[in-house]
Design a protein around this ligand. Sequence first.
Ligand SMILES: Cc1cc2nc3c(=O)[nH]c(=O)nc-3n(C[C@H](O)[C@H](O)[C@H](O)COP(=O)(O)O)c2cc1C
Length: 182
Amino acid sequence: MSAEAVLQNIRTRRVTRYYTDQPVPREHLMAVLEAGRWAPSGGNRRLHRFIVVQDPVTIRLLNAVTPGMLGVPTALVVICIDWAKVAQIGCKPHHLGVYIDVGTGAENMLLSAHALGLGAGPVTSFSKAGVSMILNLPEWLTPEMMVCLGYPAPHQPFGRTLPRRSTRLDDLVCWEGFPGHS
Ligand SMILES: Cc1cc2nc3c(=O)[nH]c(=O)nc-3n(C[C@H](O)[C@H](O)[C@H](O)COP(=O)(O)O)c2cc1C
């Protein structure tokens, strides 16, 4: 893949919040999970578990405890932190890398889904207790982020129709330190 193709994939990805009923093909799901697996991980510690959900009833139940999930995806991945592994390797629970790795895995999944022609959306607004109960998670596994997957509905009432984020590169980037703080 050319550099331009990679950059184009990054530029054109937008969050999907509403989905059709068309299921995600197994090979696409596997490719998205593989992309998550290849994400960078602080200290190469790999302290996560990916819980995949495709059962429509379970997805509906999750939707009920997830205000941030506006539509109903046909598949989703719940990225969890495995606190047993965290303790096992002596990593401090408040170590930021544990949480940053949730984001690196999610971003790889989002970009790979987009490259495969799927819609995808990250969701963190959910009841952790509710999700844990529905998915029968042990107490050492906490759900941190969902990556919803599916085929985008033609109409995305909220989000995709908004103008692209307004941050200009000049407002985001400082070169060689903060200006005026020499
Ligand atoms: C940490 C994080 C949490 C998010 N949680 C939600 C959520 O709960 N529900 C939702 O619809 N979108 C959620 N989003 C998606 C953002 O709203 C979206 O990425 C942002 O509006 C920019 O749009 P874009 O991804 O299309 O560029 C989340 C994104 C991130 C990075």
